[in-house]
Design a protein around this ligand. Structure first.
Ligand code: GDP
Length: 437
């Protein structure tokens, strides 16, 4: 699960460590060369006559001129390479963002803003504004772990050190179906945490980067949400059934998920009732009835084409009469853009007043699932999310983004086709999943 997301984060940790360590190594080597050159120069001056020294000087001048020219050539080459890199990245970002955006204007405005911001940031870094105390000299008595690269001096992480790697991370996240706003927030938060950190050794960089990513992801994942177990337990005490309405597009695994929840509560000793309120799709009533029979729970069903709100009403009345604690209301899997069907769902809400609405989305559809959630939340109001098919999802983009985008928690993950293949979702678990060892 989410292997590709994990790879991206560990890649970022490695790249930031490499970037900072290699800078330091290069600097140490350059210092060493300078020292050697200086001591050699002194010896030569002592041994030779002044005429020879003059000759040496003039030949050194020629060499210096030559090396000055080489340096100029190299720096102009470096500059044009940087420019090329920048423009390649800019066009790649706009492509990816166009791909990931939700077609609304808001997002495209955001893209422009994000691009401008990035360019501004890069320019600032180039001008040196982001360069805060690149290297501070310092010594301390702390012991160094042997066999590890250790900086000769303290180093303070600057924006310039991490800008490129974080930009790459942002692109990689977008490619992995992470929502644009989430990718941007992760990068911003990591940058905030890292810039200004003082480091002494390579392992510090890795640790700080991992901690920064951990912070960023924990902030993204929404923790607060309804606790189904407690709610059902409470319903038993009050005698009023807890009512859940499930919404989502066809084929995402809604019927299977309702069955999994019913099965879970049967195993906990409760007696759920299912309302077959998807009276729209051919075969839907038979499909959910088949699951209900398998699990051994009561199903309330009407004819195909009947009023979905009437089915839900009957199910609630049945639960009240029979002192059942839980009513699970299926609804027609509809496109989030279908206004009539959305209105039907609102009618169910008016008639039975469900305690919560759960959006069921397919993790494999990435950004589509996020967009569906956004639309359903706008139309009927979502209290929580169940993401199905997480067992087959390597990308993890929807799992990381969906809760943040609508500010509602993921409650469960579907992790297979069997009734028992469902697990509670906890943000800490997700963080471990993508950043753990
Ligand atoms: P609905 O049209 O939204 O009611 O979708 P279904 O419940 O009929 O599920 C569609 C397909 O997805 C079925 O083949 C299910 O077995 C499968 N499915 C549902 N949930 C999961 C899950 O968590 N993991 C996997 N691998 N398959 C699932």
């Amino acid at each position: 699960m989410f292997e590709s997301l994990k790879k991206k984060f560990s890649g970022t940790i490695g790249k930031i460590s490499d970037q900072i360590s290699s800078e330091e190594e290069e600097k140490a080597l350059a210092d060493e060369k300078k020292e050697k050159a200086a001591s050699k120069g002194t010896k030569v001056a002592d041994d030779k006559t002044s005429r020879k020294a003059k000759e040496d000087k003039s030949s050194k001048d020629v060499k210096e001129d030559k090396s000055e020219k080489e340096k100029e050539d190299k720096s102009s080459k470096d500059e044009s390479h940087l420019k090329e890199k920048e423009s390649e990245k800019t066009s790649r970002l706009s492509f990816l963002r166009r791909k990931s955006e939700s077609k609304d204007e808001d997002t495209s405005k955001k893209d422009e803003k994000a691009l401008k911001q990035h360019k501004k940031d890069s320019n600032n870094s180039k001008k040196g504004t982001g360069k805060v105390d690149d290297v501070e000299s310092g010594k301390d008595g702390e012991e160094e772990p042997s066999g590890m690269f250790t900086f000769a001096t303290h180093k303070t992480i600057s924006e310039k050190d991490i800008d490129d790697v974080l930009f790459e991370l942002e692109l990689a996240l977008l490619e992995g179906d992470v929502a644009l706003e989430v990718a941007e927030q992760i990068v911003k938060s990591v940058k905030n945490d890292l810039v200004g950190q003082k480091i002494k050794r390579r392992s510090d960089v890795a640790k700080f980067t991992k901690d920064a990513l951990r912070n960023a992801i924990s902030d993204i994942l929404v923790a607060e949400g309804p606790d189904l177990n407690k709610s059902v337990e409470n319903a038993k005490k009050t005698g009023e059934p807890f009512k859940i309405m499930f919404v989502g597009v066809n084929g995402t695994g809604k019927t299977t998920t309702i069955s999994k929840i019913a099965d879970h509560f049967v195993k906990e000793g409760y007696t759920p009732v299912i309302a077959a309120s998807d009276t729209f799709r051919a075969g839907a009533i038979e499909q959910i009835s088949h699951h209900a029979d398998n699990i051994g729970v009561k199903i309330i069903r009407h004819q195909k084409g009947a009023d979905p709100a009437a089915v839900a009403y009957d199910a609630v009345e049945h639960a009240r009469a029979q002192k059942k604690e839980l009513v699970l209301i299926d609804t027609a899997g509809r496109m989030q853009t279908n206004v009539n069907l959305m209105d039907e769902m609102k009618k169910i809400q008016r008639v039975v007043n469900p305690d919560i609405a759960i959006f069921v989305g397919d993790a494999l559809t990435g950004n589509d699932a996020v967009e569906q959630a956004r639309k359903f939340d706008g139309a009927v109001g979502i209290d929580g999310i169940i993401l199905t098919k997480a067992d087959a999802d390597a990308k993890g983009g929807a799992a990381l983004s969906i809760g943040h985008v609508i500010n509602k928690p993921i409650l469960y993950l579907g992790v297979g086709q069997g009734y028992g293949d469902i697990m509670e979702f906890h943000p800490d678990w997700m963080v471990e999943q993508v950043l753990g060892d």
